[in-house]
Design a protein around this ligand. Structure first.
Ligand code: GLN
Length: 536
């Protein structure tokens, strides 16, 4: 029988609940347990696929093609386990399913209500992850206790506590302790009130994880224990980590959080195996130097929009024991023939995925600059499409080359809509999504990176390189280093005449992990390091 850990949040949002949940996952794995992770989000969108990156950050894509919450990225990176369509559920999804069942007559004439129908649907989604080979299901409830939207989720997890028995269920509540400068102290009142709110619903937390910028100290711990009804050893401090989020599991392990969980569930307690994790953290904390990568995109001021990308770059750096400074460069800075000043200290240029025309002229100019000056270049999704447009215009001499996404009547539509996409009406869930196989051309930079001919990578796009231009691009020296196994779709391109110029139609950043840096990010950073050394 699987056990359940429910993680809720209080006081403020952006507490880093996803990272804490993922860290708990890593700790349990290090103790030899088999786990499964689930994110429940109170918003009404069916999934974050149609939400703006400004609102929701990056859309994470799973192997089976779900457009999911970015916390799933943390789960995969921290646990090393793939997530699926079942790993991320929103209120919208729950209501949608219940209402469809109602239309279908599945409720046999009953009045459909929040309790039990919505809560039952939530419980079904949670229990669907329990399995004979899963010891613990770790469930993170999005939002903040006290939100109206989150009530049904809290009610559902309270019910599970009753049904499964309290020693099969554990509640972890995350709070924030503000530091009031004038008083010179950390304040516990918001945490007390947030726990009181939980108890009103009938949930008594077993563990309190406290985010703060200052150490808690004995007195604060005792106060929290008394007022929040949590044993003092279960008041866990999660102080802001100094170097990398991958320190969080170690910070929690130091305070014995994994031990508290195992004791609560009365599970066997083998020693923790955190050796490789510690080695990886050490490589990030003590780098032997650094490189600077410029990301030329539209959301340069919005790190959450490129969450997995930033992480993958850091993994790539760690593979060489180097730190990576990420320099956001607004695509507009490249427009009208300008070269941004920052370029003088950039060792590599990356153009990430995106939608819409804004910024694409700047991206194309940045790619031209990288191609002509020999700066390592990595293009991802839209980055590949812009690289193809750039190559067609400036090397093949097709001045009117464009993507039909930005110029529907382009004279040379080198990037265009895939056939099945022409028919799609809905915006949500209608792209080419999820993992698809790709075959690499031996001898290419791509092949050297992966060391194998057949790979699988995750996609999220509608447009494709137009096959009618393939011969012209190849004749002008562009190498199509990766194709779909049937040869119909261009998945990777590269310029052999360049030190490192690779672009991919998929999103390799989604599969990079700190313990297993993605080969393309590893090699891109490697090339940037060589560039850095030659500049010095
Ligand atoms: N907008 C492009 C497409 O739909 C690229 C998408 C992306 O970069 N994720 O094909």
């Amino acid at each position: 029988m699987s056990k359940y850990i429910f993680i809720t949040g209080g006081v403020v949002s952006s507490l880093g609940k996803g990272i804490t949940a993922a860290s708990i996952g890593r700790l349990l794995i290090s103790r030899g347990l088999r786990i499964c992770m689930l994110k429940m989000d109170p918003y009404l969108n069916i999934d974050p696929g149609t939400m703006s990156p400004y609102q929701h950050g990056e859309v994470y894509v799973t192997d089976d093609g779900a457009e999911a919450d970015l916390d799933l990225g943390h789960y995969e990176r921290f646990t090393g386990q793939p997530t699926t369509r079942a790993s991320s559920v929103s209120s919208g999804r729950i209501y949608w399913d219940v209402l469809q069942k109602e239309r279908h007559g599945d409720y046999l004439g009953h009045t459909i209500q929040m309790i039990p129908h919505i809560t039952d649907e939530i419980k079904t989604r949670i229990r669907a992850l329990a399995a004979p080979d899963v010891d613990i299901v770790v469930v993170e409830i999005g939002g903040t206790v006290g939100d109206i939207e989150g009530l049904t989720f809290l009610e559902a997890i309270r019910q599970i506590g009753l049904e499964e028995g309290r020693d099969s269920v554990m509640y972890v509540h995350m709070t924030y302790l503000p530091f009031i400068r004038a008083a010179g102290e950390l304040k516990t009142k918001p945490s007390q009130q947030s726990v009181a709110k939980l108890r009103e619903i009938g949930i008594v937390p077993d563990v309190l994880v406290c985010r703060s910028e200052q150490p808690l100290g004995e007195e604060i711990r005792r106060k929290l224990s008394l007022f929040c009804n949590v044993p003092v050893h279960a008041v866990i401090e999660e102080i802001d980590v100094r170097h990398t989020i991958y320190e969080v599991p170690l910070v929690l392990a130091e305070q014995g959080l994994d031990e508290i969980i195992l004791v609560h569930f009365r599970l066997a307690r083998p020693g923790a195996k955190l050796g490789p994790w510690k080695t990886m953290v050490d490589a990030i904390v003590h780098p032997a130097g650094g490189v600077t990568i410029g990301i030329v995109g539209k959301y340069s001021t919005l790190p959450d929009a490129y969450k997995s990308l930033h992480e993958a770059l850091h993994h790539g750096g760690a593979a060489h024991r180097r730190s990576v400074e990420i320099l956001p460069i607004s695509a507009e800075a490249f427009e009208a023939g300008r070269i941004p000043e920052d370029m003088s200290r950039v060792d590599g240029i990356l153009v990430p995925g995106d939608f819409g025309k804004r910024g694409t002229d700047g991206m194309i100019a940045a790619i031209r600059y990288a191609r002509e000056t020999g700066i390592p270049f990595f293009g991802i999704c839209l980055g590949l499409q812009c690289a193809v447009i750039e190559y067609a215009r400036h090397v093949c001499g097709l001045a009117g080359a464009h993507s039909t996404e930005f110029e529907p009547a382009a004279t040379d539509p080198v990037v265009c809509l895939m056939e099945e996409q022409e028919k799609a009406v809905d915006l949500g869930g209608s792209m080419r999504l999820g993992a698809w196989p790709c075959t690499l051309k031996p001898g290419t930079t791509a092949f050297k990176a992966y060391g194998t001919e057949r790979i699988s990578e995750r996609h999220r796009h509608r447009y494709e390189v137009n096959n009618r231009y393939r011969t012209r691009l190849e004749a002008a020296g562009l190498v199509l280093s990766g194709l779909s196994p049937d040869g119909n779709l261009v998945e990777m391109i590269e310029c052999p005449a360049h030190p490192w110029f690779v672009a991919v139609q998929f999103h390799p950043e989604l599969k990079s992990q700190p313990l297993q840096p993605h080969p393309l990010f590893r090699d891109f950073i490697g090339a940037a390091l060589r560039r850095h050394a030659s500049r010095a």
